[in-house]
Design a protein around this ligand. Structure first.
Ligand code: PEP
Ligand code: MN
Length: 356
């Protein structure tokens, strides 16, 4: 007598459970293999091994499923195993967020100014230090709006070697003097590990620029300094590469890293770079490190700074970076994007209206 539909379904249910158990058993084995591969530094995906497994399956396939169907099903299983191995390896990296409420909060030397605590910090100042008067006039205006972190850039990574390269140490002396006068902190870009000891006398936060994001030796050296590090996303760096760059610093001993999205190179020419606001949201999900939006280098123009500043705050970022100069048209670098002081005041008015 033919089996009833209930009996057949009961057998299917039973097989489902067996497949489930086998799938998870297989996943555990794949995960163990992944761990060994990670230790050996080899890639998880091994096309040769995958092809061997598929051939063996085809040879043993007695039907009724066709070889094509079997291959498609098993490829899906391989994909899921690979995704698991990759997820497990990523979960081990220090900068990866482990829980929804995990966050790195960076406290500056006054014990009060914090980045990553839910507040919205403004980092500002001219593109480069040019003179005492220029720094003093800018900082005076910034201080009236409560800005605590002043750009004191003295080494400029210019595209052309004939362009302004920055004042060097004399510029840091100026930046420090002005910052002290207005009770502010200095951040300044470092180009090479050999500058650490000189710069440490002046700066509160080291800054690694976009062009150095993948300079692993400099990143490791930044792991050894006591100051927090601002790390910019590279000109054409993926978010994963950005995360691993931060990992270099954190795994070398410095947990205080602040990420900056500064726009990436795309085909679009209307802006200097394309501000990747989606990338900011992804980094907030993926990492516990604070992230700041650079609305100056991403746009390359001051006339759209205000909407970008609003977007930056609304995006959930931990702050924004904007260049301000007392007389932008005569600035030695980035003349088109630095804000006039009154423009900065309007920008702050607009930002303060955006609630987070
Ligand atoms: C800067 O912010 O000073 C700078 C040089 O920008 P980036 O490294 O993003 O080009
Ligand atoms: Mn600049």
């Amino acid at each position: 007598m033919a089996e009833s539909i209930q009996d057949l379904r009961a057998q299917v249910d039973d097989i489902n459970l067996q497949i489930l158990e086998l799938l998870n058993k297989r996943a555990s084995l794949a995960s163990d293999i992944g761990k060994i591969q990670q230790q050996a530094g080899s890639a998880f995906y091994d096309p040769q091994r995958e092809s061997q497994m598929l051939t063996a399956l085809e040879q043993n396939n007695k039907g009724p499923f066709s070889n094509e169907t079997i291959k498609a099903l098993f490829k899906e299983i391989f994909r899921a195993s690979l995704a698991l191995e990759e997820k497990e390896s990523k979960a081990k990296i220090l900068v990866q967020r482990k829980t929804a409420d995990e966050r790195t909060i960076i406290t500056l030397p006054d014990g009060v100014t914090k980045i990553g605590d839910g507040s919205f910090q403004i980092i500002s100042g001219p593109c480069a230090v040019e003179s005492y008067e220029q720094m003093d006039e800018t900082a005076a205006a910034l201080a009236t709006r409560g800005v605590k972190i002043l750009r004191g850039m003295v080494f400029k990574p210019r595209t052309s070697p004939y362009d302004y390269q920055g004042m060097g140490e004399p510029g840091l002396k100026i930046a420090r003097q002005v910052a002290n006068k207005y009770n502010m902190f200095i951040t300044s870009e470092i180009m090479d590990a050999s500058q650490i000891s000189m710069m440490s006398d002046y700066v509160d936060i080291f800054w690694v620029g976009a062009r150095n994001m993948q300079n692993s030796f400099l990143l490791k050296a930044m792991g050894q300094v006591r100051q927090p590090i601002i790390l910019k996303r590279g000109l054409a760096a993926t978010l994963e590469e950005f995360l691993y760059a931060a990992e270099y610093i954190v795994s070398s001993g410095n947990p205080n890293v602040i990420l900056i999205e500064r726009g990436i190179r795309t085909f679009e020419k209307a802006t200097r770079n394309t501000l990747d606001i989606g990338g900011v949201a992804v980094m907030k999900l993926e990492s516990h490190l604070p992230i700041i939006v650079d609305i100056s280098h991403s746009a390359g123009r001051r006339d759209i700074a205000l909407p970008l500043a609003r977007v930056a705050k609304a995006s959930g970022a931990d702050g924004l970076m904007v260049e301000v100069h007392p007389n932008p048209p005569v600035a030695m670098s980035d003349a088109k994007q630095q804000l006039y002081i009154p423009q900065f005041q309007s920008l702050m008015d607009a930002v303060e209206k955006v609630s987070i």
